[in-house]
Design a protein around this ligand. Sequence first.
Ligand SMILES: Nc1ncnc2c1ncn2[C@@H]1O[C@H](COP(=O)(O)OP(=O)(O)OP(=O)(O)O)[C@@H](O)[C@H]1O
Ligand SMILES: [Mg+2]
Length: 290
Amino acid sequence: MRSEKSTPTIGVHIPTARAADAKPVLEVRGLSLRFGGIRALNNVSFSVAPGSITALIGPNGAGKTSLFNCISGFYGPFKGEVLFRGHPITRLRPPVRARMGLARTFQNIALFRGMTVLDNIKLGRHAHMRSNLLDGLLYWGRAHREEEALTREVDERILDLLELGPIRDESVANLAYGLRKRVELARALAMQPVVLLLDEPVAGMNREETEDIARLILKVRDEWKLSVLMVEHDMGMVMDLSDHVAVLSFGRLIAQGKPEVVQQDPEVIAAYLGTNAAGQLEPATQEVHA
Ligand SMILES: Nc1ncnc2c1ncn2[C@@H]1O[C@H](COP(=O)(O)OP(=O)(O)OP(=O)(O)O)[C@@H](O)[C@H]1O
Ligand SMILES: [Mg+2]
């Protein structure tokens, strides 16, 4: 686990084992969450194997984002535990979890529209740096050196990897939706994640943009040796990319396993109200039980 006080190590990522029986990098145990009388999560347990791509699926309102919020620390569960590399993190604040290596993107894009692509990506790391953003902007002492190293790293490792080099200095406000989602992914990478949490990374994208992002997620996982937990409604993408799929319905985990097995599970099919002509699951909307 990274020390909160250490100077950020530029370009270093903690390698993860790929063995199927390796200890989970992330685990939730018996998680329950309530909003007033609403049970958004009901005794949910599952885990993410190191180096895997795990998909969290389920109809609208099933509790997927709520679960992400419990993992990243924005919501405190009413019951249960979140473990990161075997350590309980349930009571740690979101920035502490982020510094440990849990980086997320949001279902709705959360970028600074007036800033450039490069500066938005660098903000991911500022959360971890000893010098703060103001120091960074003013270029003082240590901040100056850290900023230079960070810019170099983003240029060499992240912009290249996500094919954002040509728009590095563009304002985010001028970018098409698909590119903005890609900048959010880049910002999450700047946080040096051990586990990348992606909430609907291809929502609202066309087929070509979706295929681009799917290819980039695989590339990031393979080159940076990290683990991915993604919420996604695009079943083609879930089936192609995932090693493991967990299914939520009305706040309960109703199935988990290999994508091809989960896809055939009768309870999963019922939760999605049937399949489409191509035999794929189609999302439905759920009202959560009080
Ligand atoms: N902050 C909140 N306050 C009250 N209720 C909430 C809050 N966040 C989520 N909920 C409720 O919890 C339930 C689960 O919502 P959540 O956003 O986790 O679903 P989801 O699976 O991410 O859905 P979608 O696929 O539409 O993004 C819903 O009934 C939602 O209305
Ligand atoms: Mg959601």
